[in-house]
Write a protein that binds this ligand. Structure first.
Ligand SMILES: [Zn+2]
Ligand SMILES: [Zn+2]
Length: 302
């Protein structure tokens, strides 16, 4: 009787386009589920309070307050939790084994990280205040499930395509790489906070634009946008954490280690362009592991 060995390696082949689309679908599903839970069980209790904040402070100031609160919790709160293993020098689950945190380098990187963080919490509210329709701020009428699914598909598709091309462009154009993107790659073994350690031009073009473009194109509800940006920031910090609790199989960490692979977010565009590559790790997985596992699956064990 055939005994499957490492079925996961076969089902989720690391070198195929398919799993990336499956990942895209899974990400949409997960995001919509979280949004639905929030809209059903949390938003009704916050609606009155949110209306008060907007009435008291006006749209722009209220958006600044909410954006700052959301960002303090996600970027500095969850970011600190994700940086803890690096701070204490934990070697278990480290993607690039043997690499440790350079505290002095982190200290010297902080002013730019704080500057880019401020850029985000100032620019996003301004854009949302000016370009979102009034319905985006109607706390008593959350969007339907159909709208949430449509929005999540558009947001993630724009983010994947925009981030991939803008990021790849910054690698392929040597002058641009030297003047702009090289800064982000100073961290060959990143930690959570270095997700936004980059030239402000790159932060605007590659990080903030794909985050706001989808919501503005869709005219999305602000409650849904808040969850998208919350999850987006968590994701980017996790994939820069340097540990296996990242949610991309170590894909972006490998980009920092190798420079010329994994330009996208979900792997869809990289699979299409042949630049999708995952690091080896605790499972000893390599780009060729899937086919080897496939061969093993066919083995007969008595
Ligand atoms: Zn990075
Ligand atoms: Zn890069």
């Amino acid at each position: 009787m055939a005994v499957p060995s490492r079925i996961s390696d076969v089902l989720f082949r690391r070198d195929m386009v398919g799993p990336s689309f499956v990942k895209f679908a899974a990400t949409v599903t997960g995001m919509v589920l979280i949004e639905k839970v929030f809209m059903e069980f949390v938003l009704p209790h916050l609606a009155g309070e949110l209306e008060d904040i907007f009435a008291r402070h006006g749209k722009i100031q209220a958006l600044f307050l909410l954006s700052a609160a959301n960002s303090v919790v996600t970027f500095w709160g969850f970011g600190a939790l994700m940086a803890l293993p690096a701070f204490v020098g934990a070697s278990r689950w480290k993607i690039q084994a043997g690499k440790s945190l350079d505290l002095q380098m982190l200290q010297s990187s902080m002013p730019l990280i704080v500057f880019n963080w401020l850029l985000g919490i100032i620019l996003l509210p301004l854009l949302f205040a000016h370009f979102l329709p009034e319905s985006s701020f109607d706390w008593r009428s959350p969007p339907s499930t159909q709208t949430l699914v449509r929005d999540a598909v558009v947001w993630l598709a724009i983010e994947e395509v925009w981030f991939f091309y803008s990021h790849r462009w910054m690698h392929m154009n040597k002058q641009l790489y030297a003047a702009v993107h090289k800064m982000h790659h100073k961290w060959t073994a990143p930690i959570s906070f270095t997700a936004i350690y980059c030239h402000p031009f790159e932060h605007l073009v590659s990080n903030l634009t794909p985050l706001v473009l989808g919501p503005l194109v869709c005219g999305s509800h602000l409650a849904a946008i808040s969850i998208f940006s919350f999850l987006g920031v968590l994701h980017t910090m996790a994939v820069h954490s340097g540990y296996w609790f990242c949610d991309d199989n170590g894909m972006h960490d490998e980009h920092h280690a190798k420079f010329n692979v994994n330009f996208g977010v979900l792997g869809v565009m990289d699979s299409l362009y042949g630049t999708y590559q995952l690091p080896g790790g605790p499972s000893q997985s390599t780009p060729g592991a899937a086919s080897k596992a496939g061969e093993r699956l066919g083995e007969k064990v008595e």
